[in-house]
Design a protein. Sequence first.
Length: 399
Amino acid sequence: IRQRKRNVLILMSDTGGGHRASALALKAAMEELHPNRLNVTIVDMYASCSSLPFRWLPQMYRRLAKRPLQWRLTVHLFADFKPVRWFMEQWIFMSSASGLRHCLRDSAPEIVVSMHAMTSIYPMHALRRLGGGRRRIPVVTVVTDLTTVHPAWFDKHVDVCFVASEEAAALARAKGLKPSQLRMYGLPIHPMFGRKPISKAPLRRRIGATPNKPLVLLVGGGDGVGGLGRLAETVATELAARFPGNVQLMVVCGKNEQVRAELAAKRWEGIDVHVRGFVQPMCDYMAASDCVITKAGPGTVMEAASQGLPVMLSGYLPPQEAGNVDCVVRGGFGAYSRKPHVIAKTVAMWLANPKMLATMSVKAKQAARPQAVYAIAQDICNMLPAQQPSTPNFALSAP
Ligand code: UDP
């Protein structure tokens, strides 16, 4: 008997680049483990299912992420006070319920995976209503933050919750999740990051850099945040002064078209500066580099670790990225400063000291969990309900 494909729905939202990157990573791992057996759909719940103002969540986040203090205050105001949070949750559900029901009906999932703090509780409400009061479809959460995880990620009714650290597991337990609901493998990053590395020269050529010069990578997450323009100028000036003509800088601006255009129009002296927009695959850019300067995004940090890349952190978005600074600094594979001139000098010092770079590279690899994505993918596939070919894959009673 020919078996039909099993439907998996991943709910997330494009606030930054990390949630989609993790969702794509999970999809790739699931499809690699079970080729031609799965139909994995990734949906931005807010952009696709909600009405205004929540439909604009990704755009709102893009603006706020450039102003960490405003972002911190917004989270504090709307998510940290229980009554306000309760009100927001009702409002979000009212504005998303109909869209979410359509999405569930169209994608007919046999399992729903939430990969965003703000999509974790709603699928369960919607499924309960769709299923006439019974939730028949497993719902799992894959937390895509590392250690400082917002409590909104956790709902004790979830079937399984995947976390990436002991700190996150402790918070989940405090929120009422039982040990049997928790799995800890690591942050899901794309399977490409776990493949055998090839040497830097051909990779540098592939990404348009000079093959035989050390390369510093500068990124600001998927949205290109964190004052990339000023940082690029300060780092380029320092590197040009310390290693005239002998080092190159790759600035990846993500979706920040404004900063990309500004930097691309600049004339650089004493250093090759390559300016890019949103690049893929990021693993080529990382594997071609000698170190990375980035804000403390969990995705970028763990991807860099998998490539043994020393990490110079240039900032973090509170509260969710605060713990990532500790992870890098205590892990011994990087440093943190918000001051562009300190960042520039630190990176120059690393480049002048290959032994130090090599030691940090080893520590980075020790912190990496490139295989975590497969463990998560396999567990999720194991949770798919047993197949019953004669029945429809999503038995719905009319709402
Ligand atoms: N990324 C990418 N291309 C780019 C910039 C970023 O693929 O040009 C990816 C990066 O590899 C990572 C994600 O976007 O997987 C950024 O996630 P992170 O958690 O670091 O930060 P966020 O953007 O979510 O704040």
